[in-house]
Ligand binder design. Structure first.
Ligand SMILES: [Zn+2]
Length: 166
């Protein structure tokens, strides 16, 4: 999924109560792509040896060296997310809900990434199984995604206005 949609879904799902929780949920929604794809493309721009070129458009994930793929694997793993979420829960003695936006990001990516563009390694490092999703860049997925986002935010703002009016 694109980063704008990730941010909006994370904020709407896990940051509706307080303004700072909304911003945190957006931050955790963006984190996997900034620390995953973001770092990988930074390494490309820095010209590190073994990196794919960008002259043929978006490179496939298999064109990157294994250590660079590691950034995407780690940030898009439900296994790693669950461990971190449980650890934070243990330390804080209560669940830290904005962090769940990271997990939501992975769940949204699974059906919206095809084998053509960075399929989601959600079971890493336990398994290399990946789903050949529809691809968020397809017209059908784009239309569905933005229609649903518009509906969710309209409903949220409508309810807020109604609550304030009382
Ligand atoms: Zn992602």
């Amino acid at each position: 999924m694109d980063i704008f949609s990730h941010a909006l879904w994370g904020g709407a799902a896990l940051g509706r109560k307080k303004r700072n929780e909304f911003l945190l949920a957006i931050g955790f929604s963006l984190m996997p792509d900034f620390l995953g794809e973001g770092i990988m493309f930074l390494l490309v721009i820095l010209g590190l040896p073994g990196m794919p070129g960008l002259e043929h458009g978006h490179p496939d994930i298999t064109e990157f060296p294994a250590y660079a793929q590691g950034f995407y694997n780690a940030t898009h793993s439900l296994v790693l997310f669950s461990l971190v979420f449980a650890l934070v829960w243990l330390l804080k003695k209560k669940p830290f809900l904005p962090l769940a936006a990271w997990g939501l990001h992975i769940l949204i990516d699974i059906p919206t990434h095809s084998f053509r563009l960075f399929p989601t390694p959600f079971l890493w490092p336990l398994s290399g199984f990946k789903v050949n999703g529809i691809g968020w860049e397809s017209p059908l997925a784009l239309a569905l995604n933005w229609t649903l986002l518009a509906a969710v935010y309209s409903l949220w703002f409508y309810r807020q206005r109604k609550a304030r009016g009382k």
